[in-house]
Design a protein. Structure first.
Length: 180
């Protein structure tokens, strides 16, 4: 399948051909192919996270720099119950006594899970006590098939903060933070 991103509003949709009009702007827009064609950025046929980040961070015509953080939804935004990732630390339940991190989107209020509207990925980062930031990986979900849950193991005593981001193809990027 092919992912298309609106040049005007950054709306992303997974369909064979670019939509006309844009489902978000409701006018005829230019769409960029943001499908991954290499294994490095989400796997072949998935959404290319690098292309999306490049698109949203590029210089606007006005000269203003748009930062990725500007795009993260406010915690007061409508629909937060369905979108903000919930991070749970389960001590000592992993292999060799490691800790388990379970990140879920829609733990209490389920998010829609259809081709048209779904959680595309969950990403995690950890900040160690010395300030080093580590990429803790990402889970990519097949709409209608996978539940938006990302589970992995860490030695949590090494970390001071955990961060998680989720991406809904309609409602954008949401974040959560857990201080350990
Ligand atoms: Fe959504």
């Amino acid at each position: 399948m092919t992912y298309w991103m609106c040049e005007k509003c950054n709306f992303v949709i997974e369909i064979p051909k670019p939509p006309d009009p844009c489902p978000s702007c409701h006018i005829r827009c230019v769409f960029t192919d943001v499908t991954s064609y290499t294994p490095e950025y989400g796997g072949v046929g998935s959404l290319d996270s690098r292309l999306v980040a490049q698109r949203v961070m590029k210089k606007e015509r006005s000269g203003k720099i748009v930062r990725f953080s500007d795009l993260i939804k406010e915690r007061t935004s409508e629909g937060k119950e369905k979108h903000i990732p919930s991070i749970e630390l389960i001590k000592g339940q992993g292999k060799k006594g490691k800790d388990v991190i379970e990140i879920v989107v829609g733990r209490e209020v389920p998010h829609p899970n259809t081709v048209d509207h779904h959680i595309v990925w969950i990403q995690a980062f950890g900040a160690k006590k010395d300030g080093q930031v580590l990429d803790l990986g990402r889970a990519i979900f097949k709409p209608g098939v996978d539940k938006p849950v990302y589970t992995f193991e860490i030695d949590s005593f090494e970390y001071k903060h955990l961060f998680s981001f989720s991406y809904c193809n309609i409602h954008g990027v949401w974040e959560q933070h857990l201080e350990i």
